[in-house]
Design a protein around this ligand. Sequence first.
Ligand SMILES: [Cu+2]
Length: 268
Amino acid sequence: MTVHAHHAAAPATPEGLQVSRDGYTLVPVAAPAGTLAFRIDGPDGAPVREYVPQHDKDLHLIVVRRDLSGFRHVHPVLGEDGVWTQDLALDEAGTYRVFTDFAPAATGSPLTLGVDIHVAGDFRPVPLPAPAATAEVDGYTVTLAGEPAAGQGAHITLSVARDGVPVTDLEPYLAAFGHLVVLRDGDLAYLHVHPGGAPGDGVTPAGPEIAFHTELPSVGTYRFFLDFRHGGVVRTAEFTVEAGKPAPHAHAPERAADPHAGHHGHHG
Ligand SMILES: [Cu+2]
């Protein structure tokens, strides 16, 4: 049986598109202004209270307006009643996507659920910035290298400089020198990105380059949000990235060499 090959070929549904998955449901809870409160209800209907930490935290809360502006990555507090709370001022009108990235202790499997929250008012959508390899934040310049293509694993690096000088004393943040969240423009699919190396492993430098491995599931436009810590402050550098079709493998069989190739019909 070729079960393994079949599994490898099946594209996984991206995370973050569902409010309920695998028996777990993200439930917003009424809360005073300026605070976000929610539960994760488990398969038995009760709020989940036990989690397996991922990147140093039981739950990562990502909030972004649906035009991909106003990104926030924060860590709420779990109450005795299983309700998570987070100070969160959503001052600008619009619809926000709230992502909860966690692993319930009962399964140990990471899961990202998402729900929309509406803020009334005069909504002025912000156009998505054009693709660029550099981003500026608070005097830091972050440069993105690597060209992720659809459906293909890619190594990318983000290099941090301050006033033109490479930063070599990045501080660990969430068990890495950087934490990268990638969202797909159009549906806000949430993509897991894995850091290459960890602080203190003896081989991973504290900058200027931060390495990641990612696989973008489709052709399209993505927004990359890199959180990094330096001087005790966490900052976010943002990039718009276009994922094109993967380049054909140089060692792939040459179809043109097949004398019957011309009879296979035209594509498109
Ligand atoms: Cu987090």
